[in-house]
Write a protein that binds this ligand. Structure first.
Ligand SMILES: Nc1ncnc2c1ncn2[C@@H]1O[C@H](COP(=O)(O)OP(=O)(O)OP(=O)(O)O)[C@@H](O)[C@H]1O
Ligand SMILES: [Mg+2]
Length: 235
């Protein structure tokens, strides 16, 4: 089966500064990949590079068989690359429903479908963006990406800073999402074990390089290796 998204030997950063070097990955429809690594290793830079929000020094980004290196960021988004940024970027003075409606594109993810996935958003549909809890903001950020009907969903630390009960709610939504669609997903996470459980394949970044690449389950079964790779203190 052909790849949905392929990065080959990507070297990218901000202006002259190089953050990522020699980064390659391949994602098929219906598959999910985790990107793990400590703070500052380049995880967000990787997602931003797929969207064209960084400086690509060399390497290729192939989406649905075509190089998108020169395609402007907004066109990549409308072509089906959907990013849920780490900062969530909710419009504070628009309501939940307005935040969703600005991102609508034709497809199976309608307003109703997003509300079905996140009933909480339906209950809060008239609340302003700045009147939401952290968990609700994250649901809205994900809902806003989905309503654009992406083929690839790039999630930047969706569980960061949320209470365990909210994380459980999001994980349940993530699983339902995967059952009902053939989107490709790239999940950046600090909760390494959770991310490994939710995805088929994983890459680990260390200072902009890939330090490990393989089947998520294999790393989940090797806690010592995982600790070594992402510097967890097992004490
Ligand atoms: N806009 C920017 N301009 C210049 N350098 C940046 C910019 N954003 C990030 N960097 C640098 O790029 C490197 C990688 O940052 P990045 O945000 O990709 O890391 P990360 O793995 O997502 O970290 P975290 O887990 O803390 O979110 C860091 O050294 C950071 O300081
Ligand atoms: Mg980040």
């Amino acid at each position: 089966m052909s790849m949905l998204l392929e990065l080959k030997d990507v070297r990218a950063g901000y202006g002259e500064t190089v953050v990522l070097e020699g980064v390659s990955l391949a994602l098929k429809a219906g598959q999910a990949i985790s990107v793990l690594g400590r703070n500052g290793v380049g995880k967000s830079t990787l997602l931003n590079t797929v969207l064209g929000l960084t400086t690509l020094h060399s390497g290729s980004i192939v989406y649905q068989g075509k190089g998108v290196e020169k395609m402007p960021s907004h066109k990549r988004a409308t072509a089906g690359l959907g990013l849920v940024p780490q900062e969530r970027e909710i419009f504070p003075s628009l309501s939940v429903e307005e935040n969703l409606k600005v991102a609508v594109a034709p497809g199976t993810w309608t307003l109703e479908a997003v509300y079905e996935l996140f009933p909480r958003l339906k209950q809060r549909h008239r609340n302003m963006g700045n009147q939401l809890s952290g968990g609700e903001q994250q649901m809205l950020a994900i809902g806003r990406a989905l309503i654009g009907n992406p083929k690839v969903l790039l999630l930047d630390e969706p569980f960061e800073g949320l209470a365990p009960v909210i994380v459980d709610m999001l994980v349940e939504a993530f699983n339902r999402l995967r059952q009902s669609s053939d989107m490709g997903i790239v999940l950046v996470e600090q909760h390494a074990e959770l991310a490994l459980e939710l995805t088929e394949n994983t890459i680990v970044l260390d200072r902009g390089h890939i330090s490990w690449q393989g089947v998520s389950q294999d790393l989940l079964n090797d806690p010592a290796r995982l600790a070594q790779l992402i510097g967890l203190d097992l004490a």
